[in-house]
Ligand binder design. Structure first.
Ligand SMILES: [Cu+2]
Length: 159
């Protein structure tokens, strides 16, 4: 039985469309899989809540531990969850190659893994008022035992 021209035309439309849907679906699936791996942090990641204010930073480690400097242990993945208490800021640390918007009413996050101990500076990357240029603080990457010592001391001061 011969194929009718109309059926043939529908097949010519359907087959490329089905292939297109397949290719797009596979691309989206693989793209989101890789994105998911990229965004998924290791379970032992250190999460710190960071709030920007005119014109200082507040680092909240949980359990009442608050600091005006960022202290992190060397080699551990750190996730900063950032928000603003007033206007738009931007948290930037050149040494780690990070810069993230810090916005009122929103939580943004940025992740890094410090590779060597030492100190650097975090600054605000957007003009946020008259004292914007003073909105900087130390970032201290501490050896693991020194970090544990700092953390224990900070925790003891809370209670
Ligand atoms: Cu600022």
């Amino acid at each position: 039985m011969a194929v009718k021209p109309r059926s043939k035309m529908l097949a010519f439309l359907f087959v490329p469309f089905a292939l297109l849907v397949l290719v797009v679906s596979l691309s989206l699936y693989s793209g989101f899989s890789v994105w998911g791996l990229f965004r998924q942090a290791p379970e032992n990641a250190l999460e710190i809540k960071v709030t920007g204010y005119q014109w200082y930073w507040k680092f909240d480690y949980g359990q009442g531990i608050i600091s005006d400097q960022l202290n992190v242990p060397v080699g551990q993945t750190v996730i900063l969850n950032l928000t603003s208490g007033d206007v738009a800021h931007s948290f930037s640390v050149d040494q780690f190659g990070i810069e993230e918007d810090v916005l009122p009413g929103q939580i943004t996050s940025v992740r890094f893994q410090p590779q060597k101990a030492g100190s650097s500076v975090a600054i605000c990357g957007v003009l946020c008022g008259t004292r914007h240029s003073l909105m900087k603080t130390n970032v201290n990457v501490l050896p693991t035992d020194a970090y544990a010592e700092w953390y224990a001391k900070a925790k003891a001061e809370v209670y």
